[in-house]
Design a protein around this ligand. Structure first.
Ligand code: GLP
Length: 242
C-alpha cells in the first residue's frame, strides 16, 4: 500500500517532493535520481532550484536517469526529453550534464539502446528516488496500457491519447513522434523509493486506478502497489476519486 499525501496544490506537492530529494542528497551526495518529464514534476524542480539557490547547495555529484525519450526527433529538438531535462533539471539545479542520462532515441543503434540503458542504471547502483507523473491513460514513463509488469527499457508505440495530450508541446499533432523508448515497469519497480505526483481532475481516474484498483497491465500505474516504498502526492482534484 502506497503512502498517499493530499496537498492543496502543485506547489505544495513540489515542496514535499523537493524535501525528500534534499534529504536523500544530504545523506548521499552522489544520489541517483530518476527524473520525469511532462508538466507534473515542474513544481518539484522549481522548489529544488529555489533551495539550491537560497542555500547555495552543490548538487554537482548527483546522478540522474530520465524515464523516457521520443524516437524519431533529433536530440537537439527543443521537445526531445534530452532537451527538456537539460532545460528543466540539469541547468536550474546545477547538475553535471555528463552524469544525467536520457535513453538514446536515435534510430541508429536503437536495437541496443534499451539494454545499454539498463546496464547504465545497474552500473550506477540503481535509482535511489524515482519521480513519476502519470498519464491520463494510466501510463508511467511511456509504459502505455498493456505493458508487461516486468518490462525493461525498450521502444514502444505511443497511444493516440498520449500523442493528443503531448501535442501541446509541438506545433501540431503531426509533429508528435509516434514512438518512444522508455524504462519498463520492471525497471521503475527496482528504484529504492517511488514518488508519484498527480494534479488536476483529469488525473483522478488514473490515480484511483493506480492506488486502489487491481494491479494490472491495463493500468500501468497500478504497479506502484507492488513497491515497498511508494509515496503518492496529489492535489485534491487528483484525489477526488479515491
Ligand atoms: C508524459 C511522460 C510521462 C508523464 C506523463 C504525464 O507523456 N512521458 O513521464 O508522467 O506523460 O504528463 P504530464 O505531467 O504533462 O501530465
Amino acid at each position: 500500500m502506497a503512502e498517499i499525501i493530499i496537498v492543496k496544490n502543485a506547489e505544495a506537492a513540489g515542496e514535499l517532493a523537493a524535501e525528500a530529494i534534499l534529504r536523500l542528497v544530504a545523506r548521499k551526495p552522489d544520489a541517483v535520481l530518476g527524473v520525469a518529464t511532462g508538466s507534473t514534476p515542474l513544481s518539484t524542480y522549481q522548489a529544488l532550484a529555489r533551495t539550491v539557490q537560497a542555500e547555495n547547495l552543490d548538487l554537482s555529484a548527483v546522478r540522474g536517469f530520465a524515464l523516457d525519450e521520443y524516437v524519431g526527433i533529433p536530440v537537439e529538438h527543443p521537445e526531445s526529453y534530452r532537451s527538456v531535462i537539460t532545460r528543466e533539471v540539469v541547468e536550474p539545479l546545477g547538475l553535471t550534464p555528463s552524469l544525467v542520462h536520457v535513453p538514446n532515441g536515435r534510430l541508429d543503434g536503437i536495437q541496443h539502446a534499451g539494454d545499454e540503458y539498463e546496464a547504465a542504471i545497474r552500473a550506477a547502483g540503481g535509482v535511489d528516488l524515482q519521480i513519476l507523473g502519470i498519464g491520463r491513460t494510466g501510463h508511467i514513463g511511456f509504459n502505455e496500457p498493456g505493458s508487461s509488469l516486468a518490462s525493461l527499457t525498450r521502444t514502444k508505440t505511443l497511444t493516440e491519447q498520449t500523442r493528443i495530450d503531448n501535442a501541446r508541446f509541438f506545433d501540431s499533432i503531426d509533429d508528435v513522434p509516434t514512438h518512444c523508448i522508455t524504462q519498463g515497469l520492471g525497471t521503475i519497480l527496482r528504484a529504492e523509493h517511488l514518488v508519484l505526483l498527480a494534479f488536476g481532475e483529469a488525473k483522478a481516474d488514473a490515480v484511483a486506478a493506480a492506488v486502489e484498483g487491481a494491479v494490472t497491465s491495463s493500468q500501468p500505474g497500478s504497479v506502484i502497489q507492488l513497491h515497498a516504498h511508494a509515496t503518492v502526492i496529489v492535489d485534491e482534484a487528483a484525489a477526488s476519486k479515491l
